[in-house]
Design a protein around this ligand. Structure first.
Ligand code: SF4
Length: 388
């Protein structure tokens, strides 16, 4: 984590100036829109395919260099790409990310564990987080995801991934649930199943958002705050009770403390309909679409330039007039959203939030030392420090 402190300072200075002094520290690479799920909350699989080749990623990652610390390989379903391990290897060789995050629907149960094992071998010095998508238990999952037998296959994939846990110290196995109008009433059931049966290292949840990227704008998939608030509060209760992950270790404790703040921000974003803390998308975080378009974030999904037209030079795309225009718009608060990916870098770059996490973690560490049975559990819900 100490490695990111100089990067955070550069991100803060870039945001203040409205000009990038460095490339983003958080990069999402959408490797393909192809997907074998047919989710009620996502139409990305219908988008045309014009995917980057491995060679194109190689050149792009070389241009990014050591700037990015967090990499997410998303999709579509990223494990459909046979060359996913080679892409990760290229990112590792050029960029040495501290964290690599990959979601999966778990459908290809005979292929995914082996492909993930090759990913783990390709990036031995990175923390590799694989998040299995789970939007229901049993047939309810299949209905939301639109694939018969998906739940059983996902469970077989999960078992295959769990078997890798003992062999790879750089592996974190998580579960990710998108809460939509289709499953919000089932959340307690999902939560209990994940906690008692799957026992992952982490459990994260996001509200279903209507996104340009996913072609879901106007679909009415987002649950009302009255229904989503109890979900968030249950997730926060789980954090305070340390129901997931080994919070005797410092890194999971920091992660959980940030997650707790993230849920605070989500609640307030949905109610107040504004950026609760400054959004540094376009400065600290960015996304590369499968065809090489570079976006400040996947919610706005507005291209600032295409890597193919800039000789795969990320800096050249990142410094276009369109990129400056979007940075200006974001800083002016012309958009808001609870996107988790951008929010984590936003929190890290927001001094009051980062400081409150540091205090919380320090308190938990002291409490664990004084009372070993406490295991570093967070003591209480606190007020979120925000810029008004
Ligand atoms: S607030 Fe949301 S929509 Fe606006 S730039 Fe940030 S991540 Fe994108």
């Amino acid at each position: 984590m100490l490695k990111v402190l100089p990067k955070i300072a550069k991100m803060q200075a870039s945001y203040a100036l409205g000009k990038p002094l460095a490339l983003p520290m958080n990069l999402t690479i959408s490797v393909s829109y192809r997907c074998n799920s047919r989710c009620k909350t996502c139409n990305v699989w219908q988008r045309p395919n014009d995917d980057f080749t491995l060679e194109e990623y190689e050149k792009t990652f070389e241009s990014v260099g050591r700037a990015a610390y967090w990499f997410t390989f998303s999709g579509g379903e990223p494990t459909l790409r046979k060359d996913l391990p080679e892409m990760v290897e290229a990112a590792y060789r050029h960029c040495r990310p501290g964290v690599i995050n990959i979601p999966t629907n778990g459908i290809q149960d005979k292929i995914i564990p082996e492909r993930v094992e090759r990913v783990l071998q390709a990036a031995p010095g990175s923390e590799v987080i694989i998040n299995l998508s789970l939007d229901g238990v049993g047939v309810k999952h299949d209905i939301v995801r639109g694939v018969k037998g998906n739940f059983e296959r996902a469970m077989r994939t999960y078992a295959g991934l769990k078997a890798l846990k003992g062999r790879y110290k750089n592996f974190t196995l998580g579960v990710h649930t998108v809460i939509s109008n289709f499953n919000v009433d089932e959340f307690e059931n999902i939560y209990a199943f994940v906690r008692d049966e799957l026992k992952p290292d982490s459990f994260i949840s996001e509200i279903a958002e209507e996104r340009v990227e996913l072609d879901t704008v106007g679909m009415g998939i987002t649950p009302p705050i009255q229904k989503y608030q109890p979900v968030i509060e249950r997730l926060q209760e789980g954090i305070h009770k340390a129901e997931f992950g080994d919070v005797t270790r410092i890194t999971p404790r920091i992660t959980q403390a940030f997650r707790d703040r993230y849920y605070d921000i989500v609640k307030r974003t949905l109610v107040e309909k504004r950026q609760i803390i400054p959004c540094l998308a376009g400065v600290a975080s960015a996304q590369i679409a499968p065809n090489g378009d570079v976006w400040t974030c996947c919610i706005r999904a507005e291209s600032v330039g295409n890597l193919r037209q800039h000789n795969y030079d990320f800096k050249s795309v990142w410094t276009t007039p369109k990129a400056d225009e979007l940075r200006h718009s974001i800083k002016a608060g012309e958009c808001y959203c609870p996107l988790a990916n951008a929010s984590y870098t936003n929190m890290l770059c927001h001094i009051p939030t980062a400081a409150s996490v540091a205090i919380d973690v320090a308190r938990g560490t002291v409490a664990a030392a004084l009372s070993p049975g406490n295991h570093g559990k967070s003591a209480k819900i606190r007020n979120l420090p925000v810029n008004q």
